[in-house]
Ligand binder design. Sequence first.
Ligand SMILES: *[C@@H]1O[C@H](CO)[C@@H](O)[C@H](O)[C@H]1NC(C)=O
Ligand SMILES: *[C@@H]1O[C@H](CO)[C@@H](O)[C@H](O)[C@H]1NC(C)=O
Ligand SMILES: *[C@@H]1O[C@H](CO)[C@@H](O)[C@H](O)[C@H]1NC(C)=O
Ligand SMILES: *[C@@H]1O[C@H](CO)[C@@H](O)[C@H](O)[C@H]1NC(C)=O
Ligand SMILES: *[C@@H]1O[C@H](CO)[C@@H](O)[C@H](O)[C@H]1NC(C)=O
Ligand SMILES: *[C@@H]1O[C@H](CO)[C@@H](O)[C@H](O)[C@H]1NC(C)=O
Ligand SMILES: *[C@@H]1O[C@H](CO)[C@@H](O)[C@H](O)[C@H]1NC(C)=O
Ligand SMILES: *[C@@H]1O[C@H](CO)[C@@H](O)[C@H](O)[C@H]1NC(C)=O
Ligand SMILES: *[C@@H]1O[C@H](CO)[C@@H](O)[C@H](O)[C@H]1NC(C)=O
Ligand SMILES: *[C@@H]1O[C@H](CO)[C@@H](O)[C@H](O)[C@H]1NC(C)=O
Ligand SMILES: *[C@@H]1O[C@H](CO)[C@@H](O)[C@H](O)[C@H]1NC(C)=O
Ligand SMILES: *[C@@H]1O[C@H](CO)[C@@H](O)[C@H](O)[C@H]1NC(C)=O
Length: 562
Amino acid sequence: MANRGTFFPGLASFLFVFLGFIHFPAEAAINQYQFDIQVKNVSRLCHAKPIVTVNGRYPGPTIYVREGDRVLVNVTNYAQYNMSIHWHGLKQYRNGWADGPAYITQCPIMTGNSYTYDFNVTGQRGTLWWHAHILWLRATVYGAIVIMPKQGTPFPFPQPNREEIILLGEWWHTDVEAIEDQGKRMGLPPNMSDAHTINGKPGPLFPCSEKHTFAMEVESGKTYLLRIINAALNDELFFAIAGHNMTVVEVDAVYTKPFTTQSILIAPGQTTNVLVQANQIPGRYFMATRSFMDVPIPVDNKTATGILQYKGIPNTVLPTLTQLPAPNDTAFALSYNKKLRSLNSPNFPATVPQKVDRKLFYTIGLGRDSCSTCVNGTRLLASLNNISFVMPETALLQAHYFNLKGVFKTDFPDKPPKPFNYTGAPLTASLGASHGTRLSKIAFNSTVELVLQDTNLLTVESHPFHLHGYNFFVVGTGIGNFDPAKDPAKYNLVDPVERNTVGVPTGGWTAIRFRADNPGVWFMHCHLELHTGWGLKMAFVVEDGPGADQSILPPPKDLPPC
Ligand SMILES: *[C@@H]1O[C@H](CO)[C@@H](O)[C@H](O)[C@H]1NC(C)=O
Ligand SMILES: *[C@@H]1O[C@H](CO)[C@@H](O)[C@H](O)[C@H]1NC(C)=O
Ligand SMILES: *[C@@H]1O[C@H](CO)[C@@H](O)[C@H](O)[C@H]1NC(C)=O
Ligand SMILES: *[C@@H]1O[C@H](CO)[C@@H](O)[C@H](O)[C@H]1NC(C)=O
Ligand SMILES: *[C@@H]1O[C@H](CO)[C@@H](O)[C@H](O)[C@H]1NC(C)=O
Ligand SMILES: *[C@@H]1O[C@H](CO)[C@@H](O)[C@H](O)[C@H]1NC(C)=O
Ligand SMILES: *[C@@H]1O[C@H](CO)[C@@H](O)[C@H](O)[C@H]1NC(C)=O
Ligand SMILES: *[C@@H]1O[C@H](CO)[C@@H](O)[C@H](O)[C@H]1NC(C)=O
Ligand SMILES: *[C@@H]1O[C@H](CO)[C@@H](O)[C@H](O)[C@H]1NC(C)=O
Ligand SMILES: *[C@@H]1O[C@H](CO)[C@@H](O)[C@H](O)[C@H]1NC(C)=O
Ligand SMILES: *[C@@H]1O[C@H](CO)[C@@H](O)[C@H](O)[C@H]1NC(C)=O
Ligand SMILES: *[C@@H]1O[C@H](CO)[C@@H](O)[C@H](O)[C@H]1NC(C)=O
């Protein structure tokens, strides 16, 4: 167990030494940040180009807080684009106003305007992250959120000597908004990224990037906590360090039963904390990341590398190469995800709903619409229960709170319109979908089970689904069609992994459960930005409860108007 006495001072001095200016609160405190959205010409890879940044930094600044703290982030938009920021994985109890997805919980912060995100960090500790939640701007507008446990509460794993944030990203040489627009106009997937990055840098395997390599210095015999975040737009990623095993201890800011692995799999939106021991012959070791894609869909398959460097080893020593699972290694992906279990200790129990009030079954579909101006007269689309979501022009949370009519309907169906052999032979006929801003209404504090079923409409594919406002328990998963008669018997209702983003396997299904105790309008979507844009999204309206502290808080005065 961690040593209570030395825990905080050790970490604090590390933070001061390695990260400079951090002001760590002594007790529940108010943490204030200023985020200036600015376009900066940054030099990365072979080109310098203007990108949208926070405070001119790429990746953006880290938010450091302690469980129980309040956070105020004043976002001022100096860029030519509308902006909104999502605090990915923070529950925002009764406080959807601070959640961030544009046109879902707020109207965007327009050029020249400011909005202060004001939220409390309650009942959570670990690694989360923040990112732009509008257009494709999260390609460069993202950063880490580190939530330290309450003062005096140790980690439930051996105390690391130091910690490091590892943000995995995706980079385009040209303007991401031009890329997104071109895809929309043509009705095709936009150009894939030009490189993957580790803390904004692609590493030496990428041409002309010698200067752009992330390096982390370690000392023999010490233990390091890596806070790994997948901030890529469209790629699930493997990550490994040559010669060093990793012990997974937390995902999405929830402690897990520790297990050791040579590689991790991390989907866009997810976070994974691992312990790494510097227990090898002192040298230089590559850390590497590359896409996982197990169907023949083209993806950016380039490897980004960083270096784990033992103290005192000169830069001239060639680093040892890393072995990553093959890009199409389905077996690794399935077995890795199976190892993830909640810690479920007395201090951190897994409060899995045992009884379900509301059962939902959603099919994930790709398809095509006609589009006279697009290539071949069609545009790719995506749907849930055959509904491709239409973004409203007024934020849904405001429409709900102020009871504005005509913005959305609450008739999102609990099951697909017509059952079919979801994962049977590829379906290429009748690939259209209906379109609408349709939400699903959920009673306060009811328990919900949602089965997400991949389909072979056009193609099967793995989809990382993210729910805002909640964590959920991943009670079951399987390949093929979900069988409501047999599969629930195999659910794990004891220690399933608890998280906010889950990969639905290629041609398979995933069952999640949560208690709807957070009133508001909560977005749920595939975290592949490509698919979100095609309509693979919907939202839940969780009703207010009867108690005084069970309804949506009043909106802040500076909430941006539409
Ligand atoms: C960005 O920097 C590069 C290299 O210094 C320069 O060639 C380019 O003109 C700059 N672009 C802008 C928009 O300032
Ligand atoms: C947010 O920052 C802007 C720009 O500096 C400033 O004008 C505004 O007063 C700030 N808002 C708050 C609430 O501090
Ligand atoms: C945050 O907590 C403080 C202190 O309990 C409370 O006054 C404030 O209303 C809370 N803010 C939100 C957004 O819940
Ligand atoms: C996308 O890639 C194609 C082919 O390489 C290129 O011609 C086009 O300019 C790219 N689009 C954008 C927006 O950069
Ligand atoms: C990594 O773990 C594997 C499997 O548990 C084990 O065989 C191997 O010796 C470990 N390697 C190191 C460097 O600890
Ligand atoms: C990587 O992707 C490119 C373009 O889709 C393809 O030509 C190439 O064969 C792929 N490389 C590997 C190693 O899969
Ligand atoms: C994975 O890709 C490799 C190389 O392209 C190929 O030889 C192999 O058959 C693929 N494996 C599966 C299971 O598709
Ligand atoms: C357009 O249709 C032609 C002819 O059917 C086909 O060869 C081509 O691949 C299609 N292009 C796209 C982008 O779907
Ligand atoms: C669904 O399709 C698969 C593959 O074609 C087939 O093996 C299976 O029997 C079908 N299931 C049903 C219920 O028709
Ligand atoms: C989805 O809806 C479209 C348009 O109503 C219809 O043509 C198609 O058959 C439906 N597909 C499925 C799988 O239900
Ligand atoms: C929700 O329901 C559970 C089980 O009935 C109960 O223990 C809990 O107090 C309720 N929570 C709220 C906020 O009403
Ligand atoms: C920015 O947001 C406002 C408010 O929703 C909207 O009216 C405007 O069209 C948006 N601007 C752009 C460039 O999308």
